[in-house]
Design a protein around this ligand. Structure first.
Ligand code: TRP
Ligand code: SF4
Length: 329
């Protein structure tokens, strides 16, 4: 039986952090390991330019480093197709054609667009490319006739728009695109060290590649229960980001113990964080070994990317033949 195809992408804006790892990558790996799906995962480097257009010098390194992080946490090129968006030029052609049939109003009411524009008011997002971001994303997805798109809730509006664009194409020309389903995953809410959403732009992230003193220092600086000022104050783990991390990195009994001890001030935050830093370091140690390995073997990375690009290109060429025929161009 043919396995259903799923596809997801990630903007290559820099090193991956633990939010990316637990929010998306773990899920990608799980889908890969389930054996149920034909997985396509790609580096959305053109999408990265929508916000980074004024400083593009890091683009190439970011692609390589992102793939290194992917492989190091467990994405496997023998099981999943890993490729780079800009290497498959068909994405640009499909983006252009879809832009012809996408009503402007669909893009202008996109919540992500409105949010980004207001939130990052210091950056100029009044570009055509930024408004068209979801059209490019739609092209990425339907190019491979993906059945499902594993994403976090923040991406739901984009998948919804993709569905509308696919339906519109099918209606106007020919039924060639399946309407893709979002594959939502519930993810633990990991915050950055300052208690805000973990994000590269907030400079509050713990990166997958962080180790040693850097890692320790970041964990030490994490916000905890704000009501707990002295060690003798009982704490509330439910509202503590350190505790959320323990839930992911420490054995169940340890988590229970911290839960009990924190509430009766039996354990201090400094010790609690020290334990956490140690656990994260242990957990990431094999990942760091692989990062070191791949970093010193760039040829292997390039070969993996090239193989994925070729596989993706083959499908993209077929799809574009169908698209041109359907549109009579
Ligand atoms: N917009 C997505 C993000 O910021 C990245 C992305 C681009 C994507 N194209 C995609 C995700 C296609 C899923 C499918 O995370
Ligand atoms: Fe958070 Fe641990 Fe401090 Fe409790 S003891 S508030 S769980 S850091």
């Amino acid at each position: 039986m043919e396995r259903k195809r799923i596809l997801s992408g990630m903007r290559s804006t820099g090193k991956l952090h633990l939010g990316n790892l637990h929010g998306a990558l773990k899920n990608w790996i799980e889908l890969q390991e389930s054996g149920k799906y034909d997985c396509f995962y790609f580096v959305a480097d053109w999408h990265a330019i929508t916000s980074e257009y004024s400083s593009t010098e890091g683009l190439k390194d970011n692609i390589i480093n992102m793939v290194i992080d992917w492989l190091s946490v467990g994405l496997d090129p023998n099981k999943s197709t890993l490729f780079v968006q800009s290497a498959v030029k068909e994405h640009a052609e499909l983006f252009l054609l879809l832009s012809m049939i996408t009503p402007l109003a669909w893009l202008e009411r996109n919540p992500t667009y409105k949010e980004m524009k207001t939130e990052l008011a210091n950056k100029d997002f009044s570009t055509f490319g930024f408004l068209g971001y979801p059209v490019l994303q739609a092209a990425d997805i339907i190019m491979y006739k993906a059945y499902g798109v594993p994403v976090g809730v923040d991406q739901l509006p984009h998948v919804e728009l993709t569905r509308e664009i696919a339906r519109r194409f099918n209606f106007l020309y020919k039924e060639i695109f399946p309407v893709p389903e979002p594959l939502l995953t519930s993810v633990p809410k990991l915050l950055g060290v300052d208690g805000r959403k973990m994000s590269k732009s907030y400079d509050n992230s713990i990166y997958i590649s962080d180790r040693g003193k850097t890692l320790q220092h970041k964990v030490n600086s994490m916000f905890t229960d704000p009501q707990r000022i002295r060690k003798s104050d009982p704490g509330n783990p439910e509202i503590c980001n350190v505790f959320t991390f323990h839930g992911l990195y420490s054995p169940r009994e340890k988590v229970k113990e911290i839960d009990v001890e924190c509430r009766k001030a039996g354990i201090g935050c400094t010790d609690c964080k020290r334990m956490l830093a140690k656990r994260i370091a242990e957990e990431l140690s094999p990942v760091h070994e692989r990062i070191d390995y791949y970093t010193s073997h760039p040829d292997e990375i390039n070969a993996i990317i090239e193989e994925g690009n070729n596989k993706a290109s083959k499908i993209a060429r077929q799809t574009m033949d169908e698209v041109r025929a359907a549109m009579k161009i």
